[in-house]
Design a protein around this ligand. Structure first.
Ligand code: TYD
Length: 211
């Protein structure tokens, strides 16, 4: 019987800077959990519903360079609101395991810290947009932005920001994780992907069994 905050489902999120390997690890975790008989919904932000994917297009388009910082934060929150209401919450209510590449901490780190809009303000905005939805566990794949950005092919609008900006975003993620160690698994993403996958599986398996 699952008793976490998102019971009867469980909600796992992968966070981190560019090129940290989030999609590789979330796909591996989804495959593992599915092989153990769980129903898994794998999704991503910004996106996850047709409207949210349309908003994603606006947000990542380099043609929108210079987009107002608050407008940017609101668009990420709007996309998250639709995603939470129409994909994540229904799946959790069915008792599924939801795995998302990015969620509210991306807004807190990129808009709150990177754009200097304030951690608390941006966290509040995201919680308002989703009616207070929070992951059961966030896996933070931490990587030096110089290494991560070198892995990016054809940078989008946010990836095109200077290295110094990405360094602040990285520190933002680490600071968020440090405030609530029970809800975060922070991993050095420069380690081999197979080792990371094993460590993630062990921690998640513990939560699935406790649940
Ligand atoms: P994406 O191509 O999905 O990046 P990645 O593959 O690194 O996850 O693009 C998402 C970009 O949007 C990425 O640069 C992070 C940024 N972002 C925010 O700035 N705020 C947010 O709330 C989210 C979800 C993403």
């Amino acid at each position: 019987m699952i008793e976490g905050p998102n019971a009867p489902g469980l909600f796992f999120v992968f966070e981190g800077g560019e090129g940290a390997g989030k999609s590789t690890q979330s796909a591996a975790l989804a495959d593992y959990l599915a092989s153990r008989g769980h129903t898994v919904v794998r999704t991503r932000e910004p996106g996850g519903t047709p409207a949210a994917e349309a908003i994603r297009g606006i947000l990542l388009d380099p043609a929108n360079t210079g987009l107002d910082d608050r407008a940017e934060a609101l668009l990420f929150a709007a996309s998250r609101g639709d995603h939470a209401a129409r994909v994540i919450r229904p799946a959790l209510q069915r008792g599924d395991i939801v795995i998302s590449d990015r969620f509210m901490d991306s807004s807190v780190a990129y808009q709150g810290v990177g754009r200097d809009l304030g951690l608390e303000k941006v966290a509040e905005l995201s919680l308002w947009a989703t009616g207070g939805l929070r992951p059961d566990l966030t896996i933070l794949l931490d990587v030096d932005p110089q290494i991560g950005l070198a892995r990016v092919v054809g940078p989008d609008r946010l990836e095109s920001e200077p290295l110094e900006w990405h360094r602040r975003v990285r520190q933002g993620f680490l600071d968020i994780a440090a405030t609530d160690p029970d809800r975060y698994l922070v991993l050095d993403a420069s380690r081999p992907a197979e080792d990371l996958a094993v460590e993630i599986t062990v921690v998640v398996e513990g939560l699935v069994q406790d649940a």
